[in-house]
Write a protein that binds this ligand. Structure first.
Ligand code: PEP
Length: 249
């Protein structure tokens, strides 16, 4: 059975104090839910967030990590460093990492393997650019991203993978994929995984949608059968909006 998940990606936002204020509001307002709820504060606030949430079911996850165990990688963070502060889930492949930090499919494949080797869960992000969709290449682009980073993995590790389909044209733009577009792509992703692996792997992987999910559109997107939740950027920075999105699932 795959999990329903709502995750907030806080990107490079909020000081420690502001992080703790937002977490306190979220913890206080968190509705009863069958879904896993996750937040990804920036690195320097992870320890504080873990401490703030010690009595809450909200999980703290990381926005990124390096593929090396340790060494001369100035500014980077390793899997062991995350595990050491009780973070066992990491976002890999966010479109901003791909676009602004030159993270290629080959680099992402190494990061995925490094995280899985440490028994971490990976929330793997991918999605097409606007031009890909306009030229009707979006299915091909998505399939290639998945193939290059994930399809060499053994089926046995797929219980550690969460997928987040995030069309780049919908991230932070206020433009959302329609529920039908999201469902169409999620069904395609699940079928592709079933073809490469089998239906058990495909049916057990959670596939989240990300891209301008808001309280006003979350219910309709989450109602689609292959949409198992959302990765939320901007709206996750406002407690009432994030709580409304959690309620929508
Ligand atoms: C994201 O960055 O993963 C994201 C989905 O952002 P937003 O919700 O702001 O579009």
């Amino acid at each position: 059975m795959r999990s329903k998940i709502v995750a907030g990606n806080w990107k490079m936002n909020k000081t420690l104090e502001a992080t703790e204020t937002l977490l306190a509001a979220l913890a206080a307002k968190l509705p009863d839910t069958h879904a896993e709820v996750m937040v990804a504060p920036t690195f320097v606030n992870l320890t504080g967030a873990v401490q703030s949430l010690h009595a809450s079911t909200i999980q703290v996850i990381a926005q990124n990590m390096h593929f090396a165990e340790s060494g001369a990688y100035t500014g980077e963070i390793s899997a062991d460093m995350l595990l050491n502060i009780d973070i066992d889930t990491v976002i890999i492949g966010h479109s901003e990492r791909r676009a602004y930090f030159g993270e290629t499919d080959a680099i992402l494949a190494k990061k995925v393997v490094a995280a899985l080797d440490k028994n971490m869960r990976v929330m793997f992000c991918f999605g097409e650019e606007l031009d890909d969709r306009k030229s009707e290449n979006h299915f091909k682009v998505v399939e290639t991203q998945l193939r290059n980073a994930l399809f060499d993995l053994d089926a046995s590790v797929w219980n550690k993978i969460i997928l987040a389909y995030e069309p780049v044209w919908a991230i932070g733009t206020g433009e959302t994929a329609s529920p039908e577009q999201a469902q169409e792509m999620h069904a395609f992703i699940r079928k592709t995984i079933a073809d490469v692996y089998d239906t058990s792997v495909a049916n057990n992987v959670s596939i989240l949608y990300g891209g301008s999910v808001k309280p006003g559109n979350a219910s309709e997107i989450f109602s689609k059968p292959d949409v198992d939740g959302g990765l939320i950027g901007g709206a996750s920075l406002v407690a009432d909006d994030f709580v409304a999105i959690i309620k929508a699932i």
